[in-house]
Design a protein around this ligand. Structure first.
Ligand code: ADP
Length: 631
C-alpha cells in the first residue's frame, strides 16, 4: 500500500464553521453525537437505496448497524457504520467543503449569536460532521465505498487543513474516530463523553428512533475484564421504535421535533405536525411536518421533494415524489405502508394503485390541516402562507379535484391594502356585483398604484392584487370561485356591477368635440390598437388596457422564454378627459400650438410609468419631456 499523504486546505466557509466549533462555548455539546449517528443512519439508508438498483450490493445492505466504541486508554470514541462509505473524491467534496444549503444562514446566525452571547441559540444548530470538533481535537475518518476496492483515511485537527491517504479497511462503511478533548475541570457542566452512562443517555434522548440498531461498547481494559465475568447478549441502546407507530399520547413533543431534525437536518422547529393512520383497504401510517422555513431548492426542478417511504418499518427510499403532489413538495416526513411489496421499485410505485390512494389520502389530510390551522392559528397560518403560499397555489392549476378547497386557503392582497380570502371577498361584494375583479402583472407594490384601480376605488369596489407569476395562470384555469367569474380589470370592456358604472367625469363631451382622440390615434397608429376616452381614470392622465384576453407583459415574457407563441398584444390607450394635462394638450392641439406626435409619445411613456413598466424609448421620452418643460 502506498503511503502517499495528500494535504488539502478546507474551503473558507468550512474553516469558519470549524473555528466556531472549536472555540465556541457550545451550549449543547451533546449534539455532536446526534449528528454523527444521523450521518451513519443516512449512509445506511443510501446503501439500501443503491442496492435496489444494483444487485451486487444487496448482500451488503442487509444487516445495517451503528457501533459506538469507547476506548478510555487512547481517549477515543469511534462511530462506525456499515453503510455506503465514501470514495477519495467524496472525502474532498463532502468533508472538505460545506455542501449544506443553509450554511451561509447558519454562519450569519452563529456570528450574531456569538456577538450577543446568546449561546442558547447556538445550541439549536447542528452542522453535521463538523460538530465532531466540538468534542474532539483530532478526527480520523476511515472509509470504504460499497462496491469499491480502495479505502481511505481522512484526518484533521480542525486547523485549516486535512490529509487523505489510502487505508486498509476491508468492509464497506465508515468509522469516525474522535480523539476527545480533555474534560474542562473548571466547568461544572462539562461532560465525560467516554462514559458509557453519559453516551447511553444522549443516544436515548436524540437517536432513539433511528431505525438501525446502535450498539455501545466500552473496549477499555478494565471494562473488558468485567465483561468476561458475565457474558451478556448484546442489546442495542435505541428502541428503534418508529415514532409513527406509537400512540401520540406516548410520544413527547420534544421527540417529535427531534425526529423532524433527524429527517430534515433543519435546525428550526417545524410549524406544524400531522399524524395520520389509514386503516381498511390501504393500511399505512404517516408522520408529516410543515417546516417553518423554505428549503433553498423549493423552486428548482431538480429540488429534493417528497417524503420518506418505509414498508413495514423498513426504510425504502427518501424523496418519494409519488406519495405527495408537486404543490405540497414542502411537506417533510415519513409514510409507512403495510401493503406495498418490499422490493418495490420507483417504476412500479409510479403506477401502483396503493400509491395513488396514499397520495390522495395524504393530500386530503394536509389540506384539512391547513384549513384548521387557518381557522385556529391565524398567525401561524400567515407565516405558512408567506413561506409556501406561492407553491400551494400551483395546486389550483394541477389538482382540479381539490381546486375549490385550495382556493379557499389563499390569502390574497386587495386594493384596500389588506390580505383577504376569496370567501371574505365574496361576502363584501357590492349589491349587483357578479364578478371578482383582479389585476395582475407585477409585484403588489406596482399593482397597488396602478391607475386602473382609480375608478374602482372611487366606487368602493374591491380588486384583488395578484402579484405572483402563478396567479395569472391559476385565475385563468379556475375561471370562477363560488359561481363568481374572475374578471381582469385590464380588459378594454369591463362589466361593472349594475348601478356602479363609472361616470366619465367632466370633460368628456368637450374632448369628443375636439377630434383630439382621432388625431392621437392617427399618430399612434402602429403603436396601439385604439385610443379611447377613459371612464376608469380619476387622477392619472392615461393608462393602457387590453383588447381581448388580457395577458400581462410578465406572462408574455414567460411564455416566450418557454418558446411558446403568445397572441399579439392589443394595447388600447385610454386618456382621462377630466385631467388638466389632457385638457391642455387637447386645447393646444386644437389651436395648433402643440405638436400632437410629440405629445402622443409622452402620453405613451406616462401610461407605462404609471403601471410601473419601463418606457419603450427612454431616451426619446426624456428628450421630449425636457423640450416640453422648456416651453
Ligand atoms: P449533511 O449530513 O447535512 O449532508 P455533513 O457535514 O454531516 O452534512 O456531511 C456531509 C456529507 O458527508 C454527507 O452528506 C455525506 O455525503 C458524507 N458523510 C458524512 N458522514 C458519512 C458517513 N458516515 N458515511 C458516508 N458518508 C458520510
Amino acid at each position: 500500500m502506498s503511503q502517499n499523504i495528500e494535504r488539502h486546505e478546507f474551503q473558507s466557509e468550512a474553516k469558519q464553521v470549524l473555528e466556531l466549533m472549536i472555540n465556541s462555548v457550545y451550549s449543547n455539546p451533546d449534539i455532536f453525537l446526534r449528528e454523527l449517528i444521523s450521518n451513519a443512519s443516512d449512509a445506511l439508508d443510501k446503501l439500501r437505496i443503491e442496492s435496489l438498483s444494483n444487485a451486487n450490493l444487496s448482500d451488503l445492505a442487509t444487516d445495517g448497524e451503528i457501533r459506538i466504541k469507547i476506548d478510555k486508554e487512547s481517549k477515543t470514541l469511534t462511530i462506525t457504520d456499515n453503510g455506503i462509505g465514501m470514495e477519495r473524491d467524496d472525502l474532498v467534496s463532502y468533508l472538505g467543503t460545506i455542501a449544506r444549503s443553509g450554511t451561509k444562514e447558519f454562519i450569519k446566525a452563529m456570528n450574531e449569536a456569538a456577538s450577543s452571547k446568546n449561546d442558547e441559540f447556538i445550541g439549536q444548530f447542528g452542522v453535521g460532521f463538523y460538530s465532531s470538533f466540538i468534542a474532539a481535537d483530532k478526527v480520523i475518518v476511515e472509509t470504504k465505498k460499497a462496491g469499491s476496492d480502495s479505502s481511505w483515511i481522512w484526518e484533521s485537527e480542525g486547523d485549516g487543513s486535512y490529509t487523505i491517504r489510502e487505508g486498509d479497511r476491508v468492509s464497506n462503511g465508515t468509522s469516525v474516530v474522535l480523539h476527545m478533548k480533555e474534560i474542562d475541570k473548571d466547568n461544572e457542566s462539562s461532560k465525560d463523553y467516554l462514559s458509557e452512562w453519559t453516551l447511553r443517555g444522549i443516544i436515548k434522548q436524540y437517536s432513539d428512533f433511528v431505525t438501525y440498531p446502535i450498539f455501545l461498547e466500552d473496549i477499555s481494559k478494565e471494562k473488558k475484564e468485567e465483561d468476561k465475568k458475565e457474558e451478556t447478549k448484546e442489546e442495542p441502546v435505541n428502541s428503534m421504535k418508529a415514532l409513527w407507530t406509537r400512540p401520540e399520547t406516548e410520544v413527547s413533543e420534544e421527540d417529535y421535533k427531534e425526529f423532524y431534525r433527524h429527517i430534515t437536518h433543519d435546525w428550526e422547529d417545524p410549524l406544524e405536525r400531522i399524524t395520520y393512520k389509514a386503516e381498511g383497504s390501504s393500511e399505512f401510517s404517516a408522520l408529516l411536518y410543515i417546516p417553518s422555513r423554505p428549503p433553498a431548492d423549493l423552486f428548482f426542478q431538480e429540488g429534493k421533494h417528497g417524503i420518506q417511504l418505509y414498508i413495514r418499518r423498513v426504510f425504502i427510499m427518501s424523496d418519494c415524489r409519488e406519495l405527495i403532489p408537486e404543490y405540497l413538495r414542502f411537506i417533510k416526513g415519513v409514510v409507512d405502508s403495510e401493503d406495498l411489496s418490499l422490493n418495490i421499485s420507483r417504476e412500479i410505485l409510479q403506477q401502483d394503485r396503493q400509491t395513488v390512494m396514499i397520495k390522495n389520502n395524504l393530500t386530503r389530510k394536509v389540506l384539512e390541516t391547513l384549513k384548521k390551522m387557518k381557522a385556529e392559528k391565524p398567525d401561524e397560518y400567515k407565516k405558512f402562507w408567506q413561506t409556501f403560499g406561492t407553491v400551494l397555489k400551483e395546486g389550483i392549476i394541477s389538482d382540479t379535484k381539490n381546486r375549490e378547497q385550495i382556493m379557499k386557503l389563499c390569502l390574497l392582497d386587495n386594493s384596500r391594502g389588506e390580505k383577504t380570502t376569496l370567501e371574505e371577498y365574496v361576502s363584501r361584494m357590492a349589491v349587483g356585483q357578479k364578478n371578482i375583479y383582479y389585476i395582475t402583472g407585477g409585484p403588489v407594490k406596482n399593482l397597488e398604484i396602478s391607475p386602473k384601480l382609480e375608478g374602482f376605488k372611487k366606487k368602493n369596489i374591491e380588486v384583488l392584487l395578484l402579484g405572483d407569476a402563478v396567479d395569472e395562470v391559476w385565475v385563468n384555469h379556475a375561471r370562477k370561485f363560488d359561481e363568481h367569474e374572475f374578471l381582469s380589470i385590464s380588459q378594454e370592456d369591463l362589466a361593472l356591477p349594475e348601478g356602479s358604472e363609472f361616470d366619465s367625469g367632466e370633460g368628456k363631451e368637450e374632448l369628443e368635440k375636439t377630434g383630439f382622440i382621432s388625431k392621437l390615434k392617427e399618430s399612434l397608429a402602429n403603436m396601439v390598437e385604439d385610443v379611447k376616452i377613459s371612464t376608469r381614470l380619476v387622477d392619472s392622465p392615461a393608462c393602457f388596457v387590453q383588447k381581448g384576453e388580457p395577458i400581462s407583459p410578465q406572462m408574455r415574457n414567460f411564455f416566450r422564454s418557454m418558446g411558446q407563441e403568445v397572441p399579439e398584444e392589443k394595447k388600447v390607450l385610454e386618456v382621462n378627459p377630466s385631467h388638466p394635462l389632457i385638457k391642455k394638450i387637447a386645447a393646444d392641439t386644437e389651436d395648433g400650438s402643440a405638436d400632437i406626435a410629440e405629445w402622443a409619445n409622452v402620453l405613451m411613456g406616462l401610461a407605462a410609468i404609471c403601471e410601473g413598466e419601463p418606457v419603450e424609448d427612454g431616451k426619446k421620452f426624456t428628450r421630449l419631456i425636457t423640450k416640453l418643460l422648456d416651453k
